[in-house]
Design a protein around this ligand. Structure first.
Ligand code: SF4
Length: 471
């Protein structure tokens, strides 16, 4: 086997896992290709959080089955991730054309199992959690292809039991990575040119250092997360931006708030899922926080870091959601207001507690509520973005734009998306660049190099100027 193709469905955790799989396969001597038709090995990294993602997977696998047949079986097909864990042997029974079914904790075995399959080994299922000796896939930093913004996993699994969520049964109980390993990986990424790191965990701010190395936490701290943020800031001074996702409102203890007050490296944006603005719904969702606690966490964060923006996840049409419950969600959206809402229609998931609540909100009503959420979210976002036209913003240039015409895109510290036209002459690798905002779209901004900024006037390399605090 020489060439591989990875298809990723789902969340940032899956994107992170796929990046690590990419590196494992390159280390095994294989090269990536852009289409499954060109590949000897196809890996589908799956998501089961929503019904839609799972249906998409089934249709995707149908197409891959045809492709494999047309190539007379000369292709290894691996299904990895949450659906693999959830279905296990049942997936092989239903889809015998799949060669390897691999859970999220078994990705390290992928090169070995795929090679065995290519040599004629029978189909395999490997979906055990590594509860006794947790391992974390570490990025293989190198100058080649390193993105300016990198994910670093700090924990996996989840001990919460939100009633709609399948993650605890696909990713297992919470396990945490030693702080020294996390800091070490970030140092390495930064030494190869990463400017931003996004810490990943299902309830990322509930982090507990398994070695106890972060020292006795202050009595008011619920977790070691505040101490971890301080440690990263201290030990990786050249890191320009630090973000984390996704936090749970319960774990914004004073040590985390204090980190936002003290650490400039921490970005002025938090993605904090709320799911509903109604306490009745939050209780049924077993979120273990109420609306007031959620708003209080935001108030404290904004007191610590004025201007901090918040984005969120919302579910509409959760079982028994009334018009009044839904209006409370809209009112919460106005009260915060959010810079970005990822909203979904509720879909019942196998093995979750919410299944016994039924699914009594008609799909047409879910669709109507979802449209109202998007409409309000866009209005809040547009008002916010229009207020930035004419200002100068520091933007991390992260990727070529989606049009592929030579323009680039990136984010501000508050997570606003900014595009630069091809005529702007910027490229990925330029780092954090001062841009004058010239236009606001519905969800993003357009910027041009701010020639009045001292770093530009003095012709300094932008990224060095920003990281070292010059001029
Ligand atoms: S906190 Fe709730 S929604 Fe998030 S992964 Fe855990 S159980 Fe799922």
């Amino acid at each position: 086997m020489k060439r591989f193709y990875i298809r990723t469905l789902g969340c940032q955790m899956n994107m992170h896992d796929s990046d690590r799989v990419h590196e494992l396969l390159c280390d095994a001597g294989m090269s990536p290709v852009d289409a499954p038709e060109l590949a000897d090995l196809v890996v589908v990294n799956t998501c089961s959080v929503r019904e839609k993602a799972e249906s998409k997977l089934d249709s995707e696998l149908g197409k891959l089955r045809k492709l494999k047949t047309s190539r007379k079986g000369a292709m290894v097909l691996v299904v990895a991730g949450c659906v693999a864990k959830q279905r296990g042997q049942a997936m092989l029974d239903r889809m015998p054309f799949v060669d390897v079914v691999l859970g999220p904790d078994n990705l390290m075995s992928l090169p070995r199992l795929a090679t065995a399959a290519a040599m004629g080994a029978p189909p395999t299922v490997a979906t055990d959690w590594d509860v006794d000796q947790p391992t974390f896939l570490r990025s293989r930093a190198s100058n080649e292809g390193l993105r300016p913004s990198a994910f670093v996993s700090i924990s996996k699994g989840c001990n919460e039991r939100c009633s709609y969520c399948i993650v605890p049964s696909t990713r297992g109980p919470e396990r945490h990575r030693p702080a020294s390993e996390i800091v070490d990986e970030i140092q390495e990424l930064v030494s190869f040119g990463a400017l931003e790191v996004i810490l990943l965990g299902q309830t990322v701010n509930g982090y507990q250092d398994p070695t106890g190395e972060l020292g006795a936490r202050p009595s008011h701290a619920l977790s070691d997360f505040g101490a971890l943020l301080q440690r990263i800031a201290r030990d990786v001074p050249r890191l320009a931006r630090l973000r984390y996702t996704s936090p749970h409102p319960r774990y914004f203890d004073p040590s985390v708030i204090e980190a936002h007050r003290q650490l400039e490296v921490l970005c002025a944006h938090v993605h904090m899922p709320v799911q509903s603005g109604s306490d009745r719904m939050l209780k049924r969702m077993i979120r273990r926080h109420d609306r007031a606690e959620y708003l209080e966490a935001i108030r404290q964060l904004r007191r610590a870091r004025p201007g901090l923006t918040v984005s969120t996840d919302l579910i509409v049409g959760f079982p028994t959601e009334t018009d009044d419950d839904f209006e409370q969600t809209l009112s919460l959206m106005q009260e915060v207001p959010f810079l970005g809402v990822y909203a979904f229609k509720y879909s019942p998931r196998p093995g979750t507690a919410a299944l016994r609540l039924g699914d009594d909100v008609p799909d047409s009503l879910k669709a109507e509520r979802l449209a109202r959420v998007f409409d309000l979210s866009e209005r809040c976002m547009q008002q916010h973005l229009e207020g930035l036209v004419g200002t100068s913003q520091r933007v991390l240039i992260e990727e070529p734009n989606a049009r592929g015409d030579g323009g680039v895109s990136g984010h501000t510290d508050r997570n606003e998306i900014v595009h630069v036209e091809p005529s702007g002459g910027l490229r990925v690798g330029d780092g954090i660049v001062p841009l004058r905002i010239v236009r606001a779209y519905k969800h993003s901004l357009v910027g041009e190099l701010d020639r009045t900024d001292a770093t530009v006037k003095n012709n300094l390399r932008y990224r060095l100027a920003v990281v070292s605090g010059e001029p």
